[in-house]
Design a protein around this ligand. Sequence first.
Ligand SMILES: [Zn+2]
Length: 223
Amino acid sequence: MTDYLPYKQEITTTCQKLVEKGYLMATGGNVSVRIPGKTAFAITPSDYDYLQMTAEDVCVLDFDLNVIAGKLKPSVESSMHAAIYQARPDVNAVIHTHQVYASALTLIKASIPALFDEQARFLGRSVEIIPYAPSGTGLLKNTIAKHVRDHNNAYMMQNHGALIFGTDMQRAIHNVEILEKCSLAYLLALTTERKISKIPLAVREIAFSKLRKDQKTVESSAA
Ligand SMILES: [Zn+2]
């Protein structure tokens, strides 16, 4: 199964980076990457220490969750990742974290409006809250598949964590960082109880159209 080695390695190096930066903690969260040209993706195993993980431990699944490669049990959120790849042909990497500041915003169900230029350019028009559903259930999978059709690249899962996409893994990692910066700044601003200013609507729309252009380039190359 050496065919999949580059994708498996990308998962392990991404997890190590995200642990170092504090976005992944203990065994929480999961990371996946689409296998180009196949209806398949590589994903982290379930309940497994990221710092112990080697490429051999990473699972490769098809969109019906049949195991193509890997001996360990795949992430309990595998069905959520499969649903995202099917709903969003522009998405080639998915990161789910329990990152602290975005998770805090889910507790007060505070979706993030367009606050910063780079947020609108890379995460989309807003970062919405996806209503609560228990981990690993069909309900969660269906709720997420419905929400991601708005072409944003970051979402917050109520009382749970964050969900971040990228056209590639590097972009997804940067988007995790942009989301956490926006979440912390927004939380701090909310504590002042003063009016929160947003970027002008026209600027938001121009930034979002650039994001859509990137997405359409990936969509057409995948078709
Ligand atoms: Zn989770």
